[in-house]
Write a protein that binds this ligand. Structure first.
Ligand SMILES: C[S@@+](CC[C@H](N)C(=O)[O-])C[C@H]1O[C@@H](n2cnc3c(N)ncnc32)[C@H](O)[C@@H]1O
Length: 221
């Protein structure tokens, strides 16, 4: 059961009763998504590009996706977005978040009308945006595709330690192109060691409000 909960910046998140955790930071869902995934991830990687492929771990409400979609449309960047999700939410729950208010109407309607089908097969939302949400676990996910950017947005190590094991981090990192970038809201010594062991250069960046630091890592060429 997921319960809609307000966060400190006025945006909502969901509280997952089974896991015992929120989908986003209680200090601000919207500002966390913008800070970690859009500013430190998408803007960093897409600065000199006309096309980008993103692999997200944990689609959840789609907040990271709609902000990415809006940014890429506005900047004429072709976006190929794949997001692994083991427990997809219903459209009704996603609508209840109120996130439709954070993007232009056309972006929201392109997203919400294509969401159910994106769980089954890749969907072309616009000439610049394709969305696919493989309904599977990260451990079971396999593809020959390589991505420019990973948004690692799993529940925290306290609540879902299996999503932060060295093996699963290496598995996720194996889907990045050489020179590709991995971003996540979390940073621990263990995570830094696991990412370094997969051949990455790591950077500690200021975290979203409520977190001192976050991790950005670039895969060596
Ligand atoms: C922190 S939330 C993601 C928030 C999401 N990015 C958003 O913007 O709403 C973590 C997500 O990971 C999903 N998840 C949990 N276990 C998973 C697994 N083994 N593989 C893939 N996704 C998983 C959860 O269902 C949840 O949607």
């Amino acid at each position: 059961m997921n319960i809609i909960t307000p966060t400190a910046d006025g945006s909502n998140t969901l509280y997952n009763e089974t896991i015992g955790e929120h989908y986003h930071s209680k200090h601000g869902a919207l500002q966390e998504s913008k800070h970690v995934f859009i500013d430190a991830g998408l803007k960093f990687v897409s600065a000199d590009r006309s096309e980008i492929s993103v692999l997200e771990v944990g689609f959840g409400t789609g907040l990271n996706f709609i902000l990415s979609f809006e940014y890429c449309q506005a900047n004429h960047i072709k976006l190929n977005y794949t997001s692994i999700e083991a427990f997809p939410l219903t459209c009704e729950v996603i609508e209840q978040t109120g996130y439709s208010g954070y993007v232009p109407e056309g972006i929201w309607s392109d997203f919400i009308t294509n969401y159910p089908n994106a769980l089954k097969a890749p969907q072309k939302l616009t000439t610049l945006c394709a969305l696919e949400i493989p309904h599977t676990t990260l451990a079971e996910y396999q593809t020959d595709q390589k991505f420019d950017l990973i948004y690692y947005d799993a529940f925290s190590v306290q609540h879902q330690p299996e999503m932060w094991s060295d093996e699963i981090i290496a598995h996720a990192c194996s889907f990045l192109k050489p020179g590709g970038t991995f971003v996540t809201y979390a940073i621990t010594g263990k995570l830094k060691r696991a990412v370094k062991a997969s051949g990455f250069t790591i950077e500690k960046l200021p975290g979203a409000p409520g977190k001192r630091e976050m991790l950005r890592a670039v895969k060596e060429m």
